[in-house]
Design a protein around this ligand. Sequence first.
Ligand code: DGY
Length: 322
Amino acid sequence: MTVHTMKVLVTKKVYPEAIDFLKQSVTVDYAANEEGLPPQELLDRARDADGIVSQLTDRIDAAFIAGLERAKVIANVAVGYDNIDVPAATARGIRVTNTPDVLTDTTADFAFALLMAAARRVIEAHRFVHEGQWRTWRIDLLVGHDIHHRTIGIFGMGRIGQAMARRAAGFSMRILYSDARRAPGSLENELGLEFVPPETLLAEADFISLHVPLLPDTRHLIDAAALQRMKPSAILVNTARGPVVDEQALIEALEQGRIAGAGLDVFEEEPRVPDRLLALPNVVVAPHIASASIATRRRMSVMAAENALAVLAGRDPDNPVN
Ligand code: DGY
C-alpha cells in the first residue's frame, strides 16, 4: 500500500502548514474544529484512519485503541502524551510520537512569567489601575516578593526544567532540583544546580516549579503533606499537568495562608477551574497556554504531521515515544 492511498485524521484545528504538508502525500480527514470531536465521533472517524494527528484533549485510551482498524501512528501535537495509553498502542504495533524541543524555551518563558506575575503581583496591579483605585504612590502599595537571589526548587530536570534553571540563573537564584535521576555533573556545574531530596527542596525553596510528566508516580506529587513542608512565603508554579498537584489540598493551603501564592497554567479537570481558586488574589491562572507562542504552535503542528508521515512512509519518526 503506498502512502498516497492512506488517510490521516487530524482531530482538531492545527496550523494550516501541517494540513498542507500532509495533503501533499495522503488523504486528510481534517476535523477543523476548535473544541475537539465528541468521543464517539472521534472513534468513528479514526476507525479506518492509517494515521491520527491528535491533541492532548483527545482521550486515546485502551478501549479507543482497540477500536482502531488500520492505525500505524498516533502523532500527538504536544510534548506530553498522558492522554494516550502508550502500552496499549505498543501492543497493537501503533507508533506514538510527540513534539519535544520546539516548545522547551517557550514553555519555560511562560513558567517564569507566571512566577514573576505571582511574586510581583502583576495581575493585582493591573486590576488595581483598571479599577481606578490608584490614588498616590505609597510605600507599601502592592508590595510583593523578590525573585533575584532567592531559591528556586525545580521538580524534573528534563529539557523544560533545564530551560527554567537557565532563566533562574539569570536572576542570580540558588537552584535546587529533584528528579528520579541525577543530572550529569557537567550540567550541574554549568547551571549551578544542587541535587536535593524532595523534602529539602520543599522546605528550602521560595519558588517551586513543576516540570515532570504526569505518571502514576508524579500524580499528586504536590499533596497536602508536600504543601505542609513548604515555606509560608513559597510560591508554586505549575506548567506541567494539573494532576501533578492535589488541587483541593492546594486550595486549602492557599486559603489558610500556608503558602504565599501560585501561578497555574494547568488544572486537574481542564477546562474547569474551581471557583475557590479564582477567588484568591494571590493565584495567577492561565488556560494551558505555556507553549502558546505563534512560532512554537506552528512548529508543533508541522512536527506532528512530519512524525505521522514518516511512520506511514515506513521511516522512523524523529520523535518516537514507543
Ligand atoms: C504539551 O506539549 O504537553 C503542553 O502541555 C502543550 O504544549
